[in-house]
Design a protein around this ligand. Sequence first.
Ligand SMILES: Cc1cc2nc3c(=O)[nH]c(=O)nc-3n(C[C@H](O)[C@H](O)[C@H](O)COP(=O)(O)OP(=O)(O)OC[C@H]3O[C@@H](n4cnc5c(N)ncnc54)[C@H](O)[C@@H]3O)c2cc1C
Length: 438
Amino acid sequence: MTPDRRRTRQGTHGTRVLIAGAGIGGLTAALALDAAGIEAEVVDSARVLRPLGVGINLLPHAVRELTDLGLREALDATGLSAEQLVHFDRHGNRVWGEGRGIRLGYAWPQYMVHRGELQMILLAAVRERLGKDAVRTGTAVLGYEESPGGVTVRLRDQHSGAESEESADVLVGADGLHSTIRRGFFPDEGAPRWNGVRLWRGVTEGDPFLDGRTMAVLGTNLRTKFVCYPISREAADRGRALLNWLGEITIPRDELTETADWNRPGRLEDVLPHFADWTVPWLDVPGLIGGAAEILEYPMVDRDPLPFWSRGRVTLLGDAAHPMYPLGSNGGSQAILDARALAFELARADSAAAGLAAYDAARRDAVNAIVLANRNNPGDTILNTVAERAPDGFDRVGDVLTPEELAPLANGYQHITHTDDLDRTSPWAVTPDQRRAR
Ligand SMILES: Cc1cc2nc3c(=O)[nH]c(=O)nc-3n(C[C@H](O)[C@H](O)[C@H](O)COP(=O)(O)OP(=O)(O)OC[C@H]3O[C@@H](n4cnc5c(N)ncnc54)[C@H](O)[C@@H]3O)c2cc1C
């Protein structure tokens, strides 16, 4: 097949960036690059971008970045700000809780939102600001070749199968868990690592529970764990709750036989029996599972931290760089932070390669630490202890855990994820004028 050569659009900064992947990370990167005066285009292998997935949480530092990109109003109209995160045993007895977002003292809220709706907000903003052709669907990145003057990216049209080439100054691999660009860097890496936990996820409309703004984590991931939170402003305005739920079941670890796929359908009969006898007074757990229009199943996988994300004119971002267990609200949040840091560093660097190296240095160690922290989540460790010591429930949490045992919940994870050092402005706020002034 004869390759068809074309170039991405020319930017005011003089650098042209091609982004592989129109997920949360890739779309935010396009918006951040545009805000910094750098021309960007996005390609995605999906033929149509549909609002897939279920709920996702955006931590205050990610909300700060989206606010800076002018998306706060849209977020507020779509999702709900989280007021508190509370851990319970499987009977609904409270173990520990604390405020979230503004209630915890941050200047920005934490949002609970449908992942697909968030993606559609970002997509609409990219098309409005960068042009309606700035995101090309049905276009898969197959590989790339770097030369001193740029990077030539091989693409395939998913409709016709036709292959083509496109040149750019920078290629960003925001192509998710099974990233092609990452495989180019690390061809021998193999499949993601599985920890023996399976997740079933769904969304069910119901009555609001507790204060209507709580993220509830119940049970123990030694056996069965259930996470639930509301994600829809529209439902809340009607006095109802669109409840995102997630059932976690630990099964004897075997080799993972299927490819981890966020969009794989799950079966009610595989998940409901594990929760059928749950009788939480303020949450109908079996009813929520049974009431979901669609159930998704996903193995809890991640990949080992990488020794580098950037090489020459090519870099990784979001799940392509650091897929992590979906715990602690960091998957989407860290992708958004990556996107802003990338734009900031590229905008002020003397060369594309220097900008990508600076982005790598700014982000990699911090996010690698989160990947590792998620493997040993303090919340899970404490809920496991509660389940072992008080399998039939308890009256006072002080009878089950000492204050010292509870302390890591409050201090440990938050420190690692750097949500404790939010100042008033984004460290990566950059417009063309700000860039010149720095
Ligand atoms: C369909 C889907 C549903 C999800 N649902 C949830 C959820 O319910 N809860 C949750 O916590 N997280 C979910 N995630 C993961 C979550 O979106 C990410 O952890 C986080 O937002 C970081 O996003 P990302 O942009 O780095 O990667 P992703 O969101 O995975 O986006 C990667 C994008 O790259 C595209 N792509 C892949 N290969 C290529 C290629 N070769 N060329 C071009 N494009 C390519 C994919 O089509 C995808 O749109 C989901 C991801 C996907 C793709």
